[in-house]
Write a protein that binds this ligand. Structure first.
Ligand code: HEC
Ligand code: HEC
Length: 379
């Protein structure tokens, strides 16, 4: 068999190249969007592309064309050592057509770390955000949200480090060994000896179907807010229907504060101190004793201890043994709002930090979704 180009081998067919660049692009953009709460759906959608590409790459490793399959990987440690020794000793050494020992190790670990990132991401979306396919896990596993966050975050940092090493390696090939490695993943051709790879029509069809599927999934997620991949367990609460007394009496001067944002003992303090309620004096004349006790019951039943929502779990954790009278006094609230300049809360549209509804749409229906945060101070 002859090669199309002398001294060059066709190693990376279009499918492999697209996987490579879609992995790179989806990871980079998912990483960037992770720093913006309001871009959670974009982040998740990009994570889906990344995840589908990883699964595809693993399947490709078994059924794919030559050079892409795992059985052509060079994974023995002596080979890896020899690779680096030769790299240092012989600048003009010949390079293999497929994966060299370093890139074999690299690819395997990238798949493993990538799979950890994707699976913890999916779990986190269910356990913490109570959204998506795994939202049912929120009931029983909400105490693991911080652990999952840590694994998800640190594995992403590990991936960034890993990718940096890879890029550095490619640069050394490009500029020191002058093997023109950068272009291999673009054109598919590598300066090496070996046979051109061939891809069967079935594999080609398979590749393109997966790629179309991944892109379609992305658009499916970002185009409609709550479909089956992003649907949320906690929908808007009708407090009037749940407790008319609470909704009317405690929604009189301000919008109701959802009970799940403070623990029972905090609500007890609020109710015990109604005569000194943040500068207001609320007496039996305003809210009768029987109404007060019915409100109390409602608040206790629905307090933070009884909720598996992200905000409840995190408020409880942040409080330790403290039981403040205000949500804005909890360390969790302070932390999540610490980057908002003080002047923003004094703005005439907002007036006060306790005016949650100014920034959290449908807050009085228990809605604290990242997707519903209004940023009145941006723009
Ligand atoms: C007479 C008016 C009035 C009524 C009735 C009232 N509040 Fe308030 N409440 C206030 C004011 C004023 C504040 C201070 C924050 C603000 O300006 O909105 C406040 C603040 C709060 C806060 C603290 C919010 C934060 O900053 O974290 C909670 C919790 C609260 N109220 C709960 C209740 C509950 C529960 C009831 C029903 C029993 C109730 N309020 C009824 C006037 C009222
Ligand atoms: C000036 C606008 C503003 C006001 C007022 C405000 N918030 Fe927020 N809140 C934000 C922003 C912005 C974020 C997202 C923080 C971030 O980017 O990490 C946030 C985040 C949160 C979160 C975390 C949500 C999550 O899932 O990450 C909770 C809970 C929350 N706010 C509760 C409240 C409550 C309760 C009040 C009223 C006592 C309040 N906020 C008042 C702007 C505001």
């Amino acid at each position: 068999m002859t090669n199309k180009k002398p001294d060059k081998v066709f190693v990376w067919p279009i499918g492999t190249r697209i996987i490579h660049w879609m992995l790179a692009l989806s990871f980079t953009t998912a990483f960037i969007t992770s720093f913006y709460e309001e871009l959670l759906h974009d982040h998740v959608a990009l994570g889906f592309i990344f995840g589908i590409m990883i699964i595809y790459r693993i399947i490709w490793g078994f059924v794919g064309p030559q050079y892409a399959t795992f059985n052509t990987f060079k994974l023995s440690l002596p080979e890896l050592k020899f690779y680096f020794v030769e790299k240092i000793k012989n600048r003009w050494r010949e390079i293999p057509a497929g994966h060299n020992p370093a890139s074999s190790w690299y690819t395997v670990w990238a798949m493993v770390v990538g799979a950890v990132i994707v699976s913890t991401g999916l779990l986190l979306y269910g356990v913490q955000e109570a959204k998506g396919l795994l939202s049912f896990l929120n009931d029983d596993y909400s105490q693991y949200m911080e652990l999952l966050t840590a694994i998800h975050q640190y594995s992403s940092y590990l991936f960034v480090t890993w990718v940096s090493i890879h890029i550095a390696g490619v640069m050394v090939e490009q500029f020191y060994h002058k093997t023109s490695m950068v272009f291999a993943m673009i054109t598919g051709f590598k300066k090496a000896k070996g046979e051109d790879t061939k891809v069967s029509p079935i594999l080609k069809f398979f590749s393109f179907s997966i790629i179309v599927f991944a892109i379609a999934t992305y658009f499916f997620i970002v185009s409609s807010n709550y479909n089956f991949l992003t649907s949320k367990k906690f929908t808007e609460i009708d407090y009037k229907a749940q407790s008319l007394v609470f909704a009317q009496e405690c929604g009189d001067c301000h919008k109701v504060y959802p009970p799940f944002l403070l623990p029972e003992k905090s609500w007890k303090k609020v109710m015990d101190d109604l005569d000194n309620h943040f500068g207001e004096e609320i007496t039996e004349a305003n809210i009768s004793i029987s109404k007060q006790s019915s409100i109390r019951d409602f608040l206790y039943e629905n307090s933070a201890e009884h909720s598996t929502r992200e905000s409840s779990v995190k408020i409880m954790k942040s409080l330790g043994i403290r039981r403040p009278k205000a949500i804005t006094k909890t360390p969790y609230w302070r932390n999540t709002h610490s980057h908002i300049p003080k002047s923003v809360f004094k703005d005439k549209k907002i007036k006060d930090k306790s005016n949650c509804i100014a920034c959290h749409k449908n807050f009085d229906q228990g809605e604290l979704d990242d997707m519903n945060i209004i940023y009145p101070f941006k723009n």
